[in-house]
Ligand binder design. Structure first.
Ligand code: HEM
Ligand code: HEM
Length: 163
């Protein structure tokens, strides 16, 4: 087992984070296109943002699948945690993050091309993702500030005050 994620896995993690920010930037254009102005001409830039949301979501799906394959092929030691319950919580959060990351693009494509009832599910999943990210970042801060175990380095970030 490795002590840190492979370079490709690290790159895909931070690329996914960047694409997540792209999703937050582009989604208001979807509402402006479909909901706010029914029957009125659509701003061409909003259509571009709409397209970017779909492409970026597709990349998030592809990167998520690649990372699941990479973590099977190059397993990484579980992070050290002071209580077994916290280890279970971390495992649950990672599984739930992967599941949400894969289901978001699936429901986004379904809403766009197959069945509009997938829209509310897509929106609900964004709320689940926000909650999981809150937990994820809170966990990372605990590792970095309280336990000071250099966990961020496993994902390629070296803090000056870490061991
Ligand atoms: C991980 C990938 C994705 C994330 C994080 C994401 C994020 C979001 C967010 C934050 C919203 C707005 C929710 C709200 O109104 O409060 C949204 C709406 C939407 N997204 Fe995505 N999205 C992703 C992938 C996709 C993909 C791949 C597509 C289509 C191919 C898509 C199509 C849509 C559509 C059609 C809406 C409007 C839903 C509705 O109003 O019913 N999304 N998305
Ligand atoms: C869209 C945002 C993010 C998503 C979807 C996400 C998702 C994930 C997932 C699924 C893992 C588990 C990797 C695996 O074991 O295969 C992970 C690990 C990790 N993430 Fe994130 N992450 C995000 C943002 C962040 C941010 C903002 C930070 C830093 C503040 C961060 C720091 C880390 C670290 C340090 C690990 C390694 C944990 C370990 O070694 O056990 N992530 N992330």
């Amino acid at each position: 087992m490795r002590d840190e994620y492979s370079s490709l896995h690290k790159t895909l993690h931070w690329a996914t984070f960047t694409l997540f920010l792209v999703q937050l930037w582009t989604y208001p254009a979807i509402g402006r296109t479909h909901v706010d102005h029914p029957g009125m001409p659509v701003d061409p830039w909003d259509l571009q943002l709409h397209k970017i949301h779909m492409i970026s979501g597709g990349l998030i799906l592809a990167f998520g699948l690649m990372r699941l394959w990479l973590r099977r092929k190059y397993p990484v030691q579980p992070s050290s945690l002071p209580h077994p319950l916290l280890a279970t919580l971390a495992r649950f959060a990672h599984v739930a993050l992967y599941a949400t990351l894969l289901l978001l693009p699936v429901t986004g494509f379904m809403k766009s091309y197959i069945i509009s009832a997938a829209g509310p599910v897509h929106i609900l999943l964004t709320r689940v993702l926000y909650a999981l990210l809150f937990l994820h970042v809170a966990g990372v801060i605990m590792h970095a500030v309280v336990w000071r175990d250099g966990l961020l380095a496993r994902m390629g970030v070296k803090l000056p005050f870490q061991r």
